[in-house]
Design a binder for this molecule. Structure first.
Ligand code: GLU
Length: 290
């Protein structure tokens, strides 16, 4: 199998040092194995994605000295595929329509009988299951358009043991074979949204389908997505897709130890470039070999 990594930014703001680190690391790993480095534009949220930011991504990555296999995959071109997959999951009865808004979820999750404080998962408050149906048979009901759909983990994660291989380390030093159960997922993550009402898909669904379509063998990304990987593994199993090897890396932080965000324009790559820094300086600053 071809060793293939990818960098998958959202064109919603300038790339910063943290993005540079992730992209360079994925690129270096592919180069070291004689493999391929791919690029994917994660622009499902069309209300936030901008073509100017997409162009800036290409410019910044080229400046860093990266090249990638073309064509670049854009998620906004694949909305039909996401919809087809959701329709299939709906027929199989493993997703359900959710009518809750944030306030409803907070209120239900903080109900006194639940212990007061809502439990947090990687996607925010763990969904308390208000809209989860008692039966999983949706095959006769028409697929709901423009609806929020949640993964029904009570019926979907049927295999009790799930696992992936971590080549580097998770945020708490997790490495090697990472094993977890469907029950762990229910407790720590809950019924995640697979289709947002406004965009008809979600990060989780799109990323899993696209990593498989692009034949990604090694997913390189930040520690912040380590828990999300468990959802992705469950989805891969549900959709009959292969599970890549994962390499979660450290997050680049500012001087105060805070993780960099898109709004930290001061750390934008374009700013460093305008200030006369070189790509080797960027490698240096992020701890990568020159
Ligand atoms: N688009 C995601 C981001 O900007 C990256 C997702 C991933 O690497 O899986 O954080």
């Amino acid at each position: 199998m071809t060793f293939r990594t990818r960098f998958a930014p959202s064109p919603t703001g300038p790339l910063h040092l943290g993005h540079a680190y992730s992209a360079l690391l994925a690129y270096d790993l592919a180069q070291a194995q004689g493999g391929e480095f791919l690029l994917r534009i994660e622009d499902i949220d069309q209300s936030r994605a901008r073509l100017e930011w997409e162009q800036q991504i290409y410019d910044d990555l080229e400046w860093l000295g990266l090249s990638w296999t073309t064509p670049v995959l854009k998620q906004s071109d694949r909305l039909n595929l996401y919809q087809e997959t959701l329709t299939d999951l709906w027929r199989r009865g493993v997703v359900y329509q959710c009518h809750c808004n944030r306030k409803d979820i907070l209120a239900a999750a903080s109900a006194p009988q639940e212990g007061g404080e809502p439990t947090m998962g990687p996607d925010g408050i763990i969904y308390p299951g208000t809209c989860r149906p008692n039966t999983s048979l949706n095959d006769t009901m028409p697929f709901p358009e423009n609806a929020a759909l949640r993964l029904n983990l009570s019926v979907a994660a049927t295999s009790s043991r799930l696992s992936f291989t971590e080549l580097s380390e998770g945020p708490n030093g997790e490495t090697g074979l990472i094993e977890f159960s469907a029950d762990d997922l229910r407790r720590s993550i809950g019924d995640v949204v697979l289709a947002r009402r406004d965009i008809g898909t979600s990060y989780h669904l799109s990323v899993v389908l696209d990593d498989a379509s692009q034949g990604i063998s090694h997913v390189v990304r930040g520690h912040d997505l380590f828990e999300a990987t468990k959802i992705h593994v469950a989805l891969q199993q549900l959709l009959g897709l292969p599970t890549p090897v994962y390499h979660h890396h450290k997050l680049i932080r500012d001087d105060a130890g805070k993780r960099l965000a898109k709004r930290d324009d001061a750390r934008a790559l374009s700013k460093y470039r305008a200030d006369g820094y070189t790509p080797d300086d960027i490698r240096h600053m992020t701890g990568l070999p020159v």
